[in-house]
Design a protein around this ligand. Structure first.
Ligand code: ATP
Length: 487
């Protein structure tokens, strides 16, 4: 592809995608060009056509090269590959460019019916997009017990929380909620909450509040106007962002940005909608709003506001609404796009006036960050054992095996509840047991590994273990939780 680059223009990778993708991309491209944005498009392929060529990732190498160059992409929805592989080109792109931050603004729209009369709803959900259960580190520990690791890191939490506060500053917003389940998952969700409290101190101009995620879901329905920005972990964010978009009229209106250290991808939340593809009836609003976010990301504030105003004006007028909103009276994708273009330069009543600034994110090193502690001690080990024995028999057997070793069996839990020494819990046990061994007399070692290996040797031939976890203390703080009922 030989092209002459106009230095006054910013290059953007444009991926039309599948289903309704090409129609909504074409609509958005026309509007962005008509608004006078200084953008040069590099059209590239991903999705169904790439899978059809036999490329497993669903993303053409030229597309990856282009994004490496432009650092910004506007993409249509991409099909997930049919068949057993089930590869998603969307996921390939997000993972490849480590877009850790998913930003989903949720704004009430004029003349768009919403279940809770959401016209003045104006919320942004900022979701961590890499870690948590989505790291998808999963194992079948026994044929009947599956385990998924919930990974939350200080580095990952700090990046997303800083992004939320910087986004608040860039849009002149005043309140950031952090939604977690820290009351139950004290170490994982708790780490996210602690990092939030630390980072919030650097932003005294913005109010910071923590909220338990289930309460957040409830309040989003009851009092959505109490929220401004919500920052949250991956799984919580998945649910809260979909819930929030339902507050304001659904999929046709939900834009998103996927922000990485170096690359940003902008896309509508909706999928390929094959049922309406190629019929000129798709609503391009979600992608147009994604492009508005993209233009602000690129510092093209003026065309971004022109487009936003023209779009809101078109909805306010109500003469050219798409069919998902207006039913049979509705107009097609092209006619809606023409109306928005015709309204460029008009001011919408319902468009919130904000002073937009660029988001300022500190550079992040891709090197691993070693979080230092001044004191580290190893006090025990959890050994996960597969066994069909009765609780009592398993406990006695493990106590017998510990005799003459530095270890004492402190307790056994089953699915998080202590069952040995016997308690009154009516646990319905499965064949995966977490057996907690601690060093006798509360001892702590700098390196308990030789003793752990000796313990595993003793267990060998008697019990089948499938997983171990050291019990560590960092600067005197236990790096593990207690089982339900454990003293
Ligand atoms: P995918 O498998 O790619 O996720 P999907 O059809 O299962 O696609 P969505 O595209 O997210 O899921 O949407 C579900 C339905 O919502 C669509 O079938 C379509 O009827 C409607 N819809 C989605 N996006 C739009 C849009 N932009 N305009 C109008 N209707 C839409």
């Amino acid at each position: 592809m030989n092209r002459i680059h106009d230095p006054a223009k910013k290059s953007v990778t444009l991926i039309p995608g599948d289903g309704i993708g090409p129609e909504v991309i074409q609509a958005t491209r026309r509007i962005v060009n008509a608004a006078g944005a200084r953008i040069e498009w590099e059209e590239c392929e991903a999705g169904a056509r790439v899978f059809a060529k036999g490329l497993e990732t669903g993303v053409a190498p030229e597309t990856i090269d282009s994004i490496h160059r432009t650092r910004v992409a506007l993409k249509g929805p991409l099909e997930t590959q049919a068949g057993s592989g089930g590869k998603s080109a969307n996921v390939t792109l997000r993972k490849m460019f480590e877009t850790y931050g998913n930003i989903r603004p949720v704004r009430g729209m004029p003349n768009v019916p919403a279940p809770f009369g959401g016209e003045d709803v104006d919320i942004v959900v900022v979701r961590e997009n890499i870690e948590d259960l989505y790291a998808a580190i999963e194992h079948m520990q026994t044929p009947g017990v599956a385990q998924g690791l919930k990974l939350i890191t200080r580095k990952g939490s700090e990046k997303i929380i800083r992004l939320a506060f910087e986004f608040a500053r860039a849009e002149g917003r005043r309140l950031v909620h952090c939604a977690t389940k820290a009351n139950i998952m004290k170490l994982t969700e708790g780490l996210f909450k602690r990092v939030f409290e630390d980072v919030a101190r650097e932003y005294p101009d913005i109010e910071a509040r923590h909220i338990i995620v289930d309460n957040c879901a409830h309040k989003l329905i009851m009092k959505p106007r109490d929220f401004d920005i919500i920052v949250t972990t991956n799984m919580n964010g998945d649910i809260l962002s979909d819930l929030s978009s339902a507050l304001v009229g659904g999929l046709g209106f939900a834009p998103s940005a996927n922000i990485g250290n170096e690359v940003a991808l902008f896309e509508a939340v909706h999928g390929t909608a094959p049922d309406i593809a190629g019929q000129d009836i798709a609503n391009p609003t979600a992608l147009i709003l994604s492009a508005v976010m993209m233009l602000r990301h690129l510092g093209e504030f003026e065309p971004a506001s022109r487009i936003e105003n023209a779009l809101f004006f078109t909805l306010e007028e109500g003469r050219a609404l798409t069919r998902d909103v207006a039913g049979a009276r509705g107009v097609g994708t092209r006619a809606f796009t023409d109306a928005v273009i015709a309204n460029l330069g008009r001011e919408a009543q319902s468009c919130v006036r904000r002073e937009y600034h660029p988001i300022r994110l500190p550079p992040v090193s891709r090197e691993p960050v070693l979080v230092k502690t001044s004191r580290r001690a190893e006090t025990g080990v959890d050994v996960f054992i597969e066994s069909g024995l009765e609780t009592e028999a398993l406990g006695k057997s493990l106590e017998w095996l510990c005799e003459g070793t530095p270890w004492r069996l402190k307790m056994i839990s089953n699915r998080g509840t202590k069952v040995y020494p016997p308690s009154r819990a009516l646990s319905d046990c499965v064949d995966q047991w977490r057996c907690r061994f601690v060093l006798r007399n509360g001892a702590a070692l700098d390196d308990a590994e030789p003793a752990i290996l000796e313990l595993l040797r003793r267990l060998h031939g008697h019990h089948r273990w499938m997983h171990i976890e050291k019990l560590q203390e960092f600067d005197g703080v236990p790096g593990f939780t207690k089982a339900q009922g454990e003293e």
